[in-house]
Design a protein around this ligand. Sequence first.
Ligand code: PAF
Length: 284
Amino acid sequence: MLRLTGVEEWRSYCDDQRLANRRVGLVPTMGALHAGHTSLFDAAKDHGDVVVATMFVNPRQFDDQGDLDRYPRTPDVDRAMAEAHGVDCLIEPTLAAMWPDYPGPTPTTVTVRGLSDVLEGAHRPGHFDGVASVVAKLLTVTGPCRVYFGEKDFQQLAVIRQMVRDLSFAVDVVGCGIVRDADGLALSSRNVLLGEDARQRALALSRALATVTAAPASASEHRRTLREIVSGAGLDVIYADVVDPVTFAPSGDADSGDARALVAARIDGVRLIDNGPVVLKGEP
Ligand code: PAF
């Protein structure tokens, strides 16, 4: 596995792959890798791509300094996992290479209005600007590619799809299914911050989503079920909503068909999110 840090060598590597008629599969990460990330490496490998993974903890997407400080960092384990899953080139760009003005403000920001302002965006001001800006930079340096994201961050995926469409990046966005532990907990780099008791109670998120996924109901009923199960387990619900899976407009009780349920909750200071598909049974 090749390891690079500089933007120019990263750009040349990707250019060389395309010149040799190989397709680049980019997997952006912030490190602290788990089986959710390695499933993205495996998906890129299965597509026959040259797998390029980036590891960069992007400070611009953290609205809370404490959250950034606590974010797990396990670079040696990450490198071994990436290599074991067939990553061809691991990019670990420096902060100075990514955001030369940091900690000062970076004048250029990509904002995807609308999608970035609801749910996660409403509770984490500037978060999706930070995500869209860093992903725009990763795609600009990498060049034409397939780019892989997990559906665990379902809203992030929607924001990136919109940005790619609006800015005509020569990129195919591939969304990959959520990877869960055997007990249902969606894998997240933040799970290591949970104590044993908190981890048990955190299962309420996946339980709530499994419940609403299992049977059609109106949007209000789905919202009520999500809240009851999650708050019943002693978690602080940040939001529990049902929205259109593309526009993220809140679903109404007259709506029927496919929608997405998304939940965020805090437990012992750790913020967790999860989501799943639901069917709406419109009320006449
Ligand atoms: O999902 C993540 O790990 C991050 O938001 C991403 C896409 C790597 C951007 O920093």
